[in-house]
Ligand binder design. Sequence first.
Ligand code: GDP
Ligand code: IMO
Ligand code: MG
Length: 430
Amino acid sequence: MTNVAVIGSQWGDEGKGKVVDWLSERAHVVVRFQGGHNAGHTLVIDGVTYKLSLLPSGIVRSGKLSIIGNGVVIDPNALLSEIEAVGKLGVKVTPENLRIAENAPLILPVHQKVDLMAETIRGKGKIGTTGRGIGPAYEDKVARRAIRVCDLADEGLLRDKLENLLVYHNALLNAAGAPSMKVEEILEPLLKVAPKILPFSTPVWLLLHQLKREGKRILFEGAQGALLDVDFGTYPYVTSSNTMAGAATVGSGIGMGGIGYVLGITKAYTTRVGSGPFPTELTDEVGATLGKVGNEFGTVTGRPRRCGWFDAVLVRQAIKIGGINGIALTKLDVLDGFKTIKICVGYKHDGKLYDYLPASMKIQAEVEPIYEEMAGWSESTHGKRSWADLPAQAIKYIRRIEELIECQVALLSTSPKREDTILVKDPFVD
Ligand code: GDP
Ligand code: IMO
Ligand code: MG
């Protein structure tokens, strides 16, 4: 039996939530392994829209176990609010269907403050973060001063660790002219939420190994996308975690060999939220149309997403680095009605041709896309559930993408709705 990891192959918002929800029918367990509530995953089921940030997308199906792994940075208040919000939509979250890793680091109010302050200091060079404290929380983890879920059980330890953590952050806040934070300011609210969080706390690595032994199918749900990866993305305009499938092993404790298939979620065009290079960005009418038809507004921040043509160079790069075995192509329907469609097949920079995106931020900002143009299709693909119902020209577009990215389409999504999905190759079956 194959466990599957789902990751984004572009700059996030490729439709991971929809695909994980669809696939979770065949899985027993869904695991988040990196990121935090910077993620916004949308599920549309029977006319109800669910927007999930920290909760794995399996949470909406009864009988499935959802797990938040140690690689995720958890804001306890954000988690409790989300549990309440889905509760209002009829989804009951208890320790029966949700477990969180006892060794997951917490996002504290100081992290959010520092995140926003760092963005102000960056000025024109700002990353355009979600302002959720993600970066500073990961920094604290690596700097070995993070407060982790298990620490919530011990008030004395929590106080000591907070004192240590604030020595660092207060120096930073003061240097920027902001007042210090007091230990009590963070400690008291944390002690209040601790009894609500601790019942979910588990050694997730151990639980996963038991589940594996029982032959349970595990689905790993990535957040963000390959181009936001802290090593391989468009650094420094990235998030602060590794977003590739490899992160699923260290971000959950499943171990090497625990994942058999990596599904890369890929939008039929390209979008990006926040700052940073975007070679195929369209600031014209075409870009505006993609944004309008695709309803491209950030799930978390509501910011309009920047839109552009499909960049085969970047997706091919993500496929190689991410070890992607097959893609789920989403939002094909958004391209319905375009007379012509362009695909980026290479870059030009300073008289040189590139078939990959070099790491230099200067070159990344300056590359010029080389396009190939194809005829579009006038028929609608929206909501189509069978390959046979797709217009010939849409199939041509898919086939050309497969050729250019050197990877096959395993799933095709034709609307936000759960059922509007075409299975080409089942990722769970070898
Ligand atoms: P995620 O972060 O990767 O889970 O993606 P988001 O949920 O942030 O953004 C994807 C958006 O596209 C959501 O509003 C989805 O409901 C929507 N969506 C997903 N698949 C399709 C599709 O095939 N067609 C259309 N039109 N919308 C889709
Ligand atoms: P999902 O899982 C799209 C972007 C932010 C910003 C950069 C760094 O829904 O695909 P951060 O707050 O992480 O420090 O911000 O990363 N970003 C996302 N963009 N989808 C996401 O998640 C994102 N999560 C972070 O816009 O450019
Ligand atoms: Mg999203």
